[in-house]
Design a protein around this ligand. Structure first.
Ligand code: AMP
Ligand code: ZN
Length: 459
């Protein structure tokens, strides 16, 4: 069996991956808070962990891997959007989940086996909070329940490498009168008015964010599982708090064995931000004409542990490469398994850039079957993601056909062959090509009822 090595943020070492149960490899990845379209940064963990999922399925067998990714569907940002728009929370979260699955699907991401919604696991969260109170790791105060960091002081901060005292000195923590230690974090909070809420032993309220992943992974996977992933921005406080809750509740050595964090994505060398005007959703890129497969390729060209820069130049290069590879593998059935060199690259802490280098070698040797089978492990060159290259080629053909026909119309006019010129004019209109004579020359555009076959008949 292929030996997989993964860098474990918890131990700060690259380690041989050894699942708790090779028949049931379990991976949990923190998913989106669903109130808006996913931005292109949010898609990075999706593509990274989708590729790891494919590798795990390849090595352990598709039926022996379970991938869970949650939807945070209770959050103040969702409440704010509901208040702003007058729409119901469920309406907003359902719509956003639909968008998310479509957009991530367009990037070739497989849907996880489990996609738990936080609001469907409230009893499990309440039960876990009660256990933590019983064990002396949490306390109720003014309708809130807080995790008592002091009860877990020697462990808290291990993942992110900070001590509680350093955190207090450096953090912008919310100081609240009901907190025993400023680092104590909320597991339950009171709800009023339009805020979503559930009855609980501490009154009507709603869960904090961190408890959701602790309670859902426990319900779906049990107290111990293999891999926990997410973006580096989640390492502290989200993952640190998940660990505190789960391990204080179930035992020091429980919860995720391997922690993996993808680095952040930026755009043209700058942090993405709405004020810089470089903030894109995945849907924006798709609408601008970038194929999902091209976006995926760009992501995989950088190792997940390195900051990744989205640039137009990279997208152009990715597109050129994929066009070549698609032409080479056109009509090829993936009849063989992935090249061992590609598997080995991915097994080395998900070295996707190295795997792509091997794909280039296979393409260079003209090994179409090997290329197609190996690319599948990276979620590339699949039939599902195809079509974009053909569509663009056809539109190139259409453009040259229109140009030729306009040239023919010009010649017909010059030769006083008005019957031919008029036939072409009427033919353009019937085919849905809008032709306008301007001072700068003839310009054309395609109407929504454009019909290529009518255009071809004009030749
Ligand atoms: P959120 O909905 O903000 O909780 O984020 C969902 C996922 O996207 C988390 O795993 C984040 O770590 C990840 N993420 C957010 N911004 C970026 C970014 N700029 N680059 C890479 N990952 C990100
Ligand atoms: Zn989480």
């Amino acid at each position: 069996m292929t030996e997989i090595k993964l860098y474990n943020t918890k131990t700060r070492k690259k380690e041989v991956f050894s699942p708790l149960d090779a028949d049931k490899v379990r991976m949990y990845v923190c998913g989106p808070t669903v109130y808006d379209r996913a931005h292109i940064g949010n898609a990075r963990p999706v593509v990274v962990f989708d590729t790891l999922y494919r590798l795990l399925r390849h090595v352990y067998g598709a039926d022996h891997v379970t991938y869970a990714r949650n939807f945070t569907d209770v959050d103040d940002k969702i409440n704010a959007k509901a208040a702003e728009t007058g729409r119901s929370i469920r309406d907003i979260t359902d719509e956003t989940i639909g968008w998310y699955l479509d957009d991530m699907g367009a990037l070739g991401a497989m849907e996880p086996d489990e996609a738990p919604r936080a609001t469907e696991y409230i009893p499990e969260m309440v039960a876990m909070i009660e256990e933590l109170i019983e064990k002396g790791h949490a306390y109720a105060a003014e309708g809130h329940v807080l995790f008592a960091v002091d009860s877990w002081k020697e462990h808290y901060g291990k993942l992110s490498g900070r001590s509680v005292d350093d955190m207090i000195a450096g953090a912008r923590v919310e100081v609240a009168p009901y907190k025993r230690n400023p680092m104590d974090f909320v597991m339950w909070k009171p709800s009023k008015g339009d805020q979503p809420g559930w009855e609980s032993p501490w009154g009507y309220g709603r869960p904090g964010w961190h408890i959701e992943c602790s309670a859902m992974s426990r319900k779906l996977f049990g107290e111990k599982f293999d891999i926990h992933g997410g973006g580096l921005d989640l390492q502290f406080p989200h993952h640190e708090n998940e660990i505190a809750q789960s391990c204080a509740c179930c035992g020091e050595d429980t919860f995720a064995q391997v922690w993996m964090h993808n680095e952040m994505l930026q755009v043209e060398g700058k942090k993405m931000s709405k004020s810089l005007g470089n903030f894109f959703s995945v849907r924006d890129l798709l609408d601008q004409g970038y194929a999902g497969e091209v976006i995926r390729f760009v992501y995989l060209s950088t190792h997940y542990s390195k900051p990744m820069d989205w640039t137009e130049k990279k997208a152009k290069e990715a597109e050129a490469t994929l066009r070549k590879w698609r032409a080479l593998t056109d009509g090829i059935e993936p009849s063989m398994s992935a090249a061992s060199t590609v598997v080995d690259a991915l097994a080395d802490d998900l070295n996707t850039a190295g795997a792509i280098a091997v794909l280039h070698e296979l393409a260079g040797k003209g090994d179409a079957a090997g290329l197609k089978a190996s690319a599948a492990l990276l979620g590339l060159l699949s039939d599902d993601l195809g079509g974009w290259d053909a569509a663009i080629e056809t539109s190139g053909d259409v453009a040259s056909l229109i140009e030729n026909l306009l040239e023919a119309r010009k010649e017909a006019r010059a030769n006083k062959d008005f019957a031919r010129a008029d036939a072409l004019r009427d033919g353009f209109a019937a085919a849905g090509v809008l032709v306008t004579d301007t001072a700068e020359g003839v310009v054309w555009e395609l109407a929504s009822d454009f019909d290529a076959s009518k255009l071809e008949a004009l030749q």
